[in-house]
Design a protein around this ligand. Structure first.
Ligand SMILES: *[C@@H]1O[C@H](CO)[C@@H](O)[C@H](O)[C@H]1NC(C)=O
Length: 445
């Protein structure tokens, strides 16, 4: 019977999360019934639920109504009826949720996603959206880890927990990393759930209830575990386990009063050195195109949220480091400013010397296996044997990419291809985000 009163009130469908699996928002006023359903083959994953009122905007607000009203059983009650189902309906009523504020006309607000094998959105986007509630209970639905790092974005009040385990289950021998515990003031690394703290770092407000924050965790065969913020090179917390566990799976949970929204994108920590030719053979306007390419490149969505670091080397007859890998967080105003204020120089072109300098002096991360790449911006005309140096750099494990800059008829495509050893690693100055995507695909795919 209640089903007949379907959704006559405000129903809001909103794409909250741009490119990844959509989180949908439904809002239904008290005394009605909320119906939720997913496309065939998919299941409901409740991300959040609120029965009560936190806004005057919806469902006939009247003077005297509270806007600080929430049933503490909102999420549990909705999950009980809907989690994992293809469809469900929930009476929006005190009989389900209790009455958190007598005399106030309430509403139910639910965020959910549809998940499942048939979820083409998960397949075509590199990101998966997940949610956790206030119960301390690890979820183990992520694929087996392949590299030496795990990255994620999370939105939570406090107590973001990540487990790194030899098996896809909660067990006493697994690493437990707490980020923003103790009321969002402290983070720790443990070797057993709820066990001893092996590293403790003060991290006030490291997580946020209103925005996604990106984090990375890396580990190495010597047992060193580092935990850092997205875009930052240095871990804010690190510990070396003298008796390292084999890390194969990651679990995640919140708790201690906090629920969480999580986004798992294909993990990719990588170091990328942009190496730019400033010689006379690059006309001023072409130099500006290269600079604009760099600015666009560091801002491309494909690079964000991964733990990617970017450094810049400039060269003419000799090369110099303009800024080191890890000096600035990716796409920070510091990095943008530095690139913006690069100066055109002139001089000879010695691309080979620059590539060798890049290989020998860049502060690539070691200790953990982090993919390395360099993008060489040049016209392919040089007074030295850069093909040889490019081969040496590639042999040293640095993937090379090239961007053709210079007086267009003089750009030596064959030369650029010789640097990269792959025709699909050569770009022009209009292809910044295409290049960024290609590099991420190559290094992390
Ligand atoms: C990078 O920064 C610029 C300017 O601050 C901004 O417009 C752009 O959206 C950022 N890129 C990403 C992917 O956040």
């Amino acid at each position: 019977m209640l089903g007949k009163l379907l959704l006559t009130a405000a129903v809001v469908l909103a794409a909250i999360h741009g490119s990844s699996a959509q989180v949908e928002l439904l809002r239904v006023c008290e005394y009605q019934t909320m119906s939720i359903s997913c496309p065939a083959g998919q299941q409901i994953d409740i991300v959040s639920a609120l029965y009560g009122r936190t806004s005057a905007q919806f469902c006939n607000f009247a003077a005297g109504y509270s806007t600080d009203c929430r049933s503490t059983s909102s999420l549990a009650a909705v999950r009980t009826r809907c989690q994992g189902q293809p469809s469900c309906s929930v009476p929006v009523s005190n009989s389900v949720f209790g009455d958190p504020c007598d005399g106030t006309f309430k509403y139910l607000e639910v965020e959910f996603t549809c998940t499942g094998e048939e979820d083409v959105r998960d397949a075509t986007n590199a990101c998966k959206d997940r949610s956790t509630d206030t119960q301390y209970r690890y979820r183990w639905d992520l694929p087996k880890l392949t590299g030496n790092s795990f990255t994620f974005q999370v939105q939570a009040n406090n107590d973001v927990h990540v487990a790194l385990s030899p098996q896809a289950q909660h067990q006493s021998a697994m690493y437990e990393i707490v980020i923003g515990g103790w009321a969002n003031t402290q983070s720790v690394i443990r070797r057993t759930p709820q066990g001893k703290h092996h590293a403790t770092t003060s991290t006030r407000r490291v997580v946020s209830p209103t925005e996604y924050r990106a984090f990375w965790i890396t580990w190495s065969s010597d047992g060193t575990i580092g935990v850092g913020r997205g875009g930052e090179a240095q871990p804010f917390m690190q510990w070396t386990d003298p008796d390292p566990l084999l890390i194969q799976y990651a679990g995640y949970t919140t708790g201690w009063g906090s629920s969480g929204l999580w986004r798992f994108c294909e993990a990719c920590s990588a170091d990328i050195v942009l190496t730019l030719d400033l010689s006379w053979s690059i006309p001023q306007n072409q130099f500006q195109l290269a600079r604009d390419f760099m600015l666009e490149f560091i801002g491309c969505a494909a690079l964000q949220g991964h733990g990617i670091r970017v450094g810049v080397i400039l060269f003419n007859c000799s090369p110099w480091t303009y800024f080191d890998l890890g000096k600035y967080p990716l796409n920070s105003s510091g990095m943008q400013g530095a690139i913006h204020y690069m100066m055109y120089e002139g001089g000879e072109t010695r691309t080979g010397v620059a590539i060798r300098y890049m290989k020998d002096t860049s502060k690539f991360r070691d200790g953990v296996r982090v993919p390395r790449a360099a993008v060489v911006f040049t016209d392919g005309q040089a007074s030295d044997n850069y093909a040889y140096e490019a081969g040496e750099a590639r042999a040293a494990g640095i993937d090379l990419y090239a961007v053709g800059v210079g007086f267009p008829p003089l750009i030596d495509q064959a030369g650029l291809q010789m640097i990269t050893d792959h025709s699909d690693r050569v770009f022009d100055t209009t292809q910044a985000c295409m290049a960024a995507q290609k590099i991420v695909d190559d290094l992390c795919g």
